[in-house]
Design a protein. Structure first.
Length: 380
């Protein structure tokens, strides 16, 4: 890390001036216990990290039919909007910029989280439920993985309804004060499920060829574009992700097409997530090479990237912005630490999901002594 770090250079994101190229990645933290309404504690969490060039919020449900993780926030009711409005106003007052990540989990869910309803999916594929990441909080307060339950194939009316949910979610996010939105089309969630030739076996305009499978994402972006300018809309993709077992038979072909489509839309950025990097099998060079061949806009990258590696990616022009996730849990002042060449604290996994302030807003800022205090998170 260096005071001359290229991560500290400013960047123009479709007219939104970012003071640096450090992005706080979306992270599920599961601390919205009251009907998906964000809380004051969540506001403090985001304000602590407002020096990021850009914050991308945790994945936020666009409807009540989306819930892969218990206690996650929504953006489809007035009270949820009110909660988010408090967060955006406080982040802006602290000098920050924030996009909302719009989320529908699709088949990655359980009837236990959906009021007894079956999860929605492109084609009702249910051969791999044990591999889907669905999480819930038990009565004893512990947050744990639970079993996904069988999904059912969406009707055309339901497809259109979810597309409308994304449009309304985007409009609600802007009304709640966000600077833009990011469509979560990665990590095996619903738009990703439509893109995959394995999880999508439909025979209508949303299935079959890659062009048809991309129509779900295309229609989402078209509808969002009717209420939010394309320059305020990012898209997250994870072409080679094993997470949630999407199993695309030809990811190169799929994402060559998707990259060209996103280029044509003129989105604010593509957020390329190397999800496999979490498990020590990085695909980032492959992702960057393919995307740079088909997409000419702003490229944000994410996935187990160290600060040193991030500096190289930006310095060499491989990426424009780098999104950090877990490192931002323990280092709310990440930008200041990079500028000072200060050491980084390590997050404690206890408290990542659910819980109270411990492991969430109690990580201290670097005090300049050369040491990083480790907080007590035993109550999380």
């Amino acid at each position: 890390m260096s005071s001359l770090s290229p991560l500290l250079d400013g960047f123009d994101l479709s007219g939104l001036r970012l003071p640096n190229r450090v992005v706080m990645a979306p992270m599920t933290r599961s601390r919205a216990p009251l009907r998906g309404r964000p809380t004051g504690m969540m506001a403090e969490y985001y304000v602590q990290r407002a020096s990021a060039g850009l914050i991308v919020s945790e994945a936020t449900n666009v409807s009540s039919s989306s819930l892969a993780f218990d206690l996650t926030p929504g953006i489809f009711t007035a009270e949820q909007m009110d909660g988010w409005r408090d967060i955006t106003s406080r982040v802006h007052a602290a000098g920050g910029r924030i996009f909302m990540q719009l989320w529908h989990s699709g088949r990655v869910s359980s009837f236990a989280l959906l009021g007894g309803e079956a999860p929605l999916s492109p084609s009702g594929l249910n051969d791999d439920l044990e591999q889907l990441q669905v999480w819930g909080q038990l009565h004893n307060g512990e947050y744990t993985k639970i079993h996904a339950t069988p999904s059912r194939a969406m009707s055309l009316d339901e497809v259109q309804r979810v597309i409308a949910d994304f449009r309304q979610g985007a409009a609600n996010a802007i009304a709640a004060g966000f600077d833009g939105v990011e469509v979560h089309a990665a990590n095996g969630y619903l738009p990703h499920q439509f893109l995959s030739s394995t999880t999508n076996t439909r025979d209508d305009r949303y299935g079959g060829s890659v062009a048809n499978r991309a129509n779900f994402l295309r229609d989402i972006l078209t509808e969002i574009g009717s209420v939010v300018p394309p320059g305020k809309v990012g898209v997250r993709i994870s072409p080679y992700a094993h997470y949630n077992n999407v199993r695309d038979a030809d990811p190169d072909g799929t994402y060559d097409y998707v990259g060209r489509m996103l280029d044509e839309f003129g989105v604010a950025y593509v957020h390329a997530a190397d999800t496999n990097g979490w498990s020590g099998q990085p695909d980032l060079p492959r992702i960057i090479e393919r995307l740079r061949g088909v997409y000419s806009g702003t490229l944000m990258v994410n996935g187990a990237i160290s600060v040193d590696h991030a500096e190289t990616l930006v310095r060499d022009g491989q990426a424009d912005l780098v999104a950090f996730a877990r490192v931002y849990i323990a280092n709310p002042d990440l930008v200041e630490r990079i500028a000072a060449g200060a050491p980084l604290a390590t997050p404690h996994s206890k408290g990542w999901y659910g819980g109270d302030a411990a492991g969430y807003i109690d990580y201290p800022a670097f005090n300049g002594s050369g040491h990083t205090a480790q907080p007590d998170v035993t109550q999380a």
